[in-house]
Design a protein around this ligand. Structure first.
Ligand code: ATP
Ligand code: MG
Length: 575
């Protein structure tokens, strides 16, 4: 099959010919094994490679905060995860039981994820930085039966309410001695057998629950099934160029979906060698890792890229980035400025791609070897049909080129969510007239490229114009002084809404009235007076989720003195 798919990507069309086929994903399924119709993510990610003779290949290289390095081969990962699976089943856990992790980026998270999946249980990773309440709420929603964490995190965040959570059967502690009522993982591992027959889960068996970032409100628990591995493998290959042996670094924490779909499953299923860094962002550390580890494919996020830009191109000059062959970004819109900057500094542009916790995998992408239009999310992946739509009662109407509407997808790809935990009505509302509705607004240009406009909740209506915050923010960060920008609309009697911007400055700039005027002037020139912000406020930081997304709803609530809503995922807080 060599026909060109809708996105014009011939290479990918060889794998998936489009949703109109009777079984559009049959070809993608050839990338995995699925022996005898059973499908288990962990089998596809590790066991399969061991059976295929690649046990000695490095699967994960851990870089500790303290400078340590630890390598796990595919065989070691297969055996340690088998031990973990044995431990779970020895404690009487049953198919579908939920295993939560609350850990930093350490080897145990990866072992626990794969071991849980091998055992046919459901894995939910949580950010270690969450406070006790957000952890408890999520564990209640997910009906956690097992928690794996450290003694320190246990004492600080779990111990107080543990007795009120009787359904939590097992708490495993990494590293140090286990507190009362918990078991030391190392001790358990020391006696567990490395032999385990990976449970023959069915494609539709639940595998993962991920909580959304909470950017727009209360986080939802999104259910994914083992079948998702078909799409992870396929999209890892086509959107991120993951090929066997490639040195790959996904900077996302497994606490959010990117860190699992493309920080565990896709790279392992494609037999890559993954870099995992335990430390938080630090410019020299990151540049050093890329250069020293010879990273070839790098998947990161706009918030980190903007931090690199803030440090300036000079800071990058000391490093050799010649190993890099593909750079990608997700999580927030990637400003055109960032695409151009990265091409100059790394010799490669960051390739933006768009997806959600709900979609489980990359839906719209600037794939390797395709032309990048800076500021565009790219084109729908092969096999994915995306549309720009508007609602007409129960019907959905597709909009034409250049029109702003809701970004919608035709359901049916393998990694699509199968539900929001305990929120059936909310889940049902995502589907209408044969479409999955993303809640994001976008436009499509004449060449089929998609351009992000904003989240439906963030759209601003000013003097008869519909304005997406992204457009205004991108124009603002083109100004030399501006590092980051968050833009909101505020009610106004004459204009409907007026636009207000919050910005952080690059290191060499100080807030002043003059600077505020210059920035507004720059925005007026770029965007015209109707769309330029009426006011620019300087801030040291912007409120962000722990996954690095600007929380515009919080800027707005604070401005209007309204309740802040769910702020369990808030990272930076400066009012
Ligand atoms: P919540 O649903 O709880 O409000 P969230 O939507 O931020 O949180 P995620 O599923 O982590 O939770 O993020 C998906 C959203 O992130 C998308 O719907 C979109 O708004 C934004 N996003 C992701 N990638 C991109 C991108 N490349 N360009 C623009 N926006 C993006
Ligand atoms: Mg969302």
């Amino acid at each position: 099959m060599t026909k060109t798919d809708k996105s014009g990507n011939q290479d990918a069309a060889a794998f998936v010919s489009g949703p109109s086929d009777t079984d559009a994903w049959a070809a993608a399924r050839k990338l995995i094994d699925a022996p005898n119709g059973a499908l288990n993510i962990a089998y596809e990610a590790v066991d399969r490679h061991v059976l295929g003779g690649y046990g000695a290949t490095t699967a994960i290289r851990f870089l500790g905060k303290d400078g340590s390095r630890q390598e796990f081969t595919y065989l070691e990962l297969s055996e340690t995860s088998a031990k973990f699976a044995n431990i779970l089943l020895a404690h009487g856990l049953e198919a579908g039981d939920a295993v939560f992790s609350l850990l930093g980026r350490c080897p145990e998270v990866y072992v626990a994820a794969l071991g849980t999946l091998k055992a046919g249980l459901v894995f939910t990773p949580l950010f270690a930085a969450f406070g006790p309440e957000p952890i408890r709420t999520r564990m209640e929603i997910g009906d956690a039966k097992v928690l794996i964490t450290t003694a320190q995190l246990y004492h600080r965040k779990i111990a107080k309410w543990r007795s009120e959570f009787p359904t939590l059967k097992l708490v495993l502690i990494t590293g140090e001695a286990a507190p009362e009522g918990c078991l030391a993982l190392d001790q358990q591992m020391a006696t567990a057998s490395p032999d385990f027959d990976t449970v023959k889960t069915r494609p539709e068996d639940p595998a993962l629950v991920h909580f959304t970032s909470g950017t727009t409100g209360k986080p939802k628990g999104v259910v994914h099934v083992h079948n998702a591995v078909v799409y992870h493998t396929f999209s890892g290959r086509h959107a991120l160029d993951l090929t066997p042996g490639v040195i790959y670094w996904c900077t996302a924490d497994p606490g959010w979906v990117t860190g699992t779909s493309y920080g565990i499953i896709a790279p392992l299923a494609n037999r890559a060698t993954m870099i995992v860094d335990e430390a938080e962002f630090d410019l020299d550390r990151w540049y050093g890792i890329v250069a020293r580890e010879q990273v070839e494919v790098w998947y990161s996020a706009p918030t980190a890229i903007r931090m690199m830009m803030r440090a300036g191109a000079e800071a990058a000059k000391r490093y050799d980035f010649s190993s890099l062959r593909f750079l990608a970004s997700v999580g927030e819109p990637l400003n055109p400025e960032a695409v151009i900057w990265s091409e100059q500094v790394f010799g490669q542009p960051f390739h933006d791609n768009w997806w959600q916790t709900e979609t489980g995998g990359i839906m719209i992408a600037n794939c390797p070897r395709t032309m990048v239009k800076p500021g565009s999310m790219g084109k729908p992946m092969p096999g994915i049909e995306a549309g720009i739509v508007e609602h007409h009662g129960a019907r959905i109407r597709e909009l034409g080129t250049g029109e702003i509407g809701e970004l919608a997808l035709r359901p049916g790809w393998p990694s699509m969510m199968r539900g929001y935990l305990h929120e059936q009505a909310r889940y049902d509302k995502c589907f209408k007239d044969g479409w999955y509705l993303s809640g994001d607004l976008a436009t499509r240009d004449k060449d089929g490229y998609f351009w992000f406009v904003g989240r439906a909740d963030d759209l601003i209506k000013t003097s008869g114009h519909l304005v997406g915050p992204f457009e205004v923010e991108s124009a603002l960060i083109e100004h030399d002084a501006v590092a980051e920008a968050g833009v909101i609309g505020l009610p106004d009697e004459t204009a409907g809404e007026i636009i207000k911007a919050y910005v952080t400055l690059n290191p060499e700039f100080e807030p002043s009235e003059d600077l505020e005027r210059y920035i507004r002037g720059h925005a007026r020139k770029r965007l015209g007076p109707a769309v330029a912000p009426r006011e620019v406020i300087f801030r040291n930081t912007l409120p962000k989720t722990r996954s690095g997304k600007i929380m515009r709803r919080l800027l707005k609530a604070r401005e209007l003195g309204l309740p802040e809503g769910d702020i369990s995922t808030l990272e930076t807080d400066e009012t």
